[in-house]
Design a protein around this ligand. Structure first.
Ligand code: NAP
Ligand code: ZN
Ligand code: ZN
Length: 369
C-alpha cells in the first residue's frame, strides 16, 4: 500500500457478471510506488466502450479483480522525485488509456523514440495490465490512480475536468487518425457509429476543416444530434439496403467506431479512389472478410489506430481549448457506476457518461446506499 493517508478503492469487477451491473466497491493494491510515479485523486472518469468489453472478458480473459476506466482527470496528490513534466501536488491532470511503455525500463523502442508511445510493443494499459515493475494497473472508477508520470498530462485551464475526461481516450482515439490521414480542407470524412468515439470524430473533423462530414448510423434516430454536432448529413445504413450503392465513392476517409462488426464491403464501396478506412472500434467478433476487387480497383487502404500518445493528447486538448470544442457529456455520480455500464451497453449515453467523485459519496457507498 501507499504510505500516504489515502486508500485505493474503486468499483471492482470480479467476473464477467461485472458487465451486468455487478461491480463491487472495494480496495485494491496499486502498482508498487516508483519515483517516476504520481498519485492522482480522481475527480472525473469517462465511461468508454472498452470498459464494457473488458468487464465481460469480451476480448479474452480479464485479470479480475479489475477496476476499469481510462479517461481519468483529477488532482495530483503525490509526485515522485524523478517525475517528468514538472508536475506538482495540486496540478489538474489526466491519464488516458495507456499508463506505461518501454520507457519505464527497456526503451526507447522505435515507436517511443519517435513520440508514438501508443505503438510501443510494451503498451501497458491503464487497467487490466501489468506494469514493468510487476504491479497490476487499476483504472479510474475509483478514488485514486497511481500512474507513471510520462503518461500524465496537464489539463488546460479553459477546459472543464468533466469535458476533458472523455477526450483522454474517446477523444484522442478519433483525433489522432483523422489528423494522421489528412482530414482537412478538400477531404470528405465518414464516421460510422455515433457513440462516444463517433461524436468526437464529428467534432474533430469539423475542427480540422474537412469539407464534408457524414455520419453513418444504424437508424435516423440520431440525425438531429449529428447535424447539431456539425455533421453535414446522416446515412441510416440499416434502414436502406442500397445505401452503399447510393453513396458509392463519396468519402475520402472513414473512421469506423462501431463496437460490433459492420460489413466492410459496404464501407469500402463508399470510399473514393485512394480512400482510407480506419478501424478504431474493437468488436469482440472477428472482422468480416474483405472483398478483393474494390481493393484492387480503387487502391483503398484499410488500417487501424490505437488511442494516441501523450503528445497527441496534449495537442488535442489544446485544439479543444483554442476552438472551444465541447463534447456532449452527462455527469453521473461515481456511486452509480454499475448503472452507467448497463446504460452504455444499451446505447443510452448522449454521448459520453462521465463518473464524478463527490466527497460525500464515500460514506454513502460504504452504507450501501
Ligand atoms: P459507444 O459509445 O457504445 O458507441 C458505439 C457506437 O457503435 C454506438 O453508438 C452505435 O452507433 C454503434 N453500435 C453499437 N452497438 C452496435 C451493434 N450491435 N451493431 C452496430 N452498431 C452498433 O462506444 P465507444 O466508447 O464509442 O467505443 C466504440 C468502440 O471503440 C468499442 O469497441 C471500443 O472498445 C473501441 N475503442 C477503441 C479504441 C482504440 O484505440 N482503437 C479506443 C477506445 C475505444 P449508432 O447508434 O450510430 O449505430
Ligand atoms: Zn477507451
Ligand atoms: Zn517503446
Amino acid at each position: 500500500m501507499s504510505d500516504q493517508n489515502y486508500k485505493f478503492e474503486g468499483w471492482l469487477g470480479h467476473d464477467k457478471s461485472a458487465a451486468d451491473g455487478n461491480m463491487k466497491w472495494g480496495e485494491f493494491e496499486p502498482k508498487p510506488w516508483e519515483e517516476t510515479d504520481v498519485d492522482i485523486k480522481i475527480t472525473h472518469c469517462g465511461v468508454c466502450g472498452s470498459d464494457l468489453h473488458t468487464l465481460r472478458s469480451g476480448w479474452g480473459p480479464t485479470k479480475y479483480p479489475c477496476c476499469v476506466g481510462h479517461e481519468i482527470v483529477g488532482t495530483v496528490v503525490r509526485v515522485g522525485s524523478k517525475a517528468e513534466g514538472g508536475l506538482k501536488v495540486g496540478d489538474r491532470v489526466g491519464v488516458g488509456a495507456q499508463s506505461e511503455s518501454c520507457l519505464g525500463r527497456k526503451g526507447p523502442c522505435e515507436a517511443c523514440s519517435s513520440g508514438r508511445e501508443n505503438y510501443c510493443p510494451f503498451h501497458i494499459g491503464t487497467y487490466n495490465s501489468v506494469h514493468i515493475n510487476g504491479g497490476k494497473s487499476y483504472g479510474g472508477y475509483a478514488r485514486y490512480k497511481r500512474a507513471p508520470s510520462h503518461f500524465v498530462v496537464k489539463i488546460p485551464d479553459s477546459l472543464s475536468s468533466a469535458e476533458a475526461a472523455p477526450m483522454l481516450c474517446g477523444g484522442v482515439t478519433t483525433y489522432t487518425p483523422l489528423k494522421y490521414h489528412g482530414a482537412g480542407p478538400g477531404k470528405t470524412v465518414g464516421v460510422v457509429g455515433l457513440g462516444g468515439l463517433g461524436h468526437f470524430a464529428v467534432l474533430w473533423a469539423k475542427a480540422l476543416k474537412a469539407d464534408r462530414v457524414v455520419v453513418i448510423s444504424r437508424s435516423s434516430a440520431k440525425r438531429e444530434d449529428a447535424l447539431r454536432l456539425g455533421a453535414d448529413d446522416l446515412i441510416a445504413y440499416a434502414e436502406d439496403p442500397d445505401w452503399a450503392t447510393k453513396h458509392a465513392s463519396t468519402l475520402d476517409i472513414i473512421i469506423n467506431t462501431v463496437s460490433a462488426s459492420v460489413p466492410l464491403k459496404d464501407l469500402i464501396s463508399v470510399l473514393r479512389f485512394d480512400g482510407t478506412l480506419v478501424q478504431v472500434g474493437a468488436p469482440e467478433d472477428p472482422l468480416p472478410s474483405i472483398p478483393l476487387f474494390p481493393l484492387l480497383f480503387k487502391r483503398v487502404k484499410i488500417t487501424g489506430s490505437i488511442i494516441g500518445s501523450p503528445n497527441d493528447i496534449r495537442e488535442m486538448l489544446q485544439l479543444a481549448a483554442d476552438q472551444n470544442i465541447k463534447p456532449w457529456i452527462q455527469e453521473i455520480p461515481m456511486k452509480d457506476a454499475n448503472q452507467a455500464v448497463l446504460d452504455l451497453a444499451k446505447g443510452k449515453p448522449r454521448y459520453r457518461y462521465v463518473l464524478v467523485n463527490e466527497p460525500e459519496e464515500e460514506s454513502k457507498i460504504k452504507a450501501g446506499l
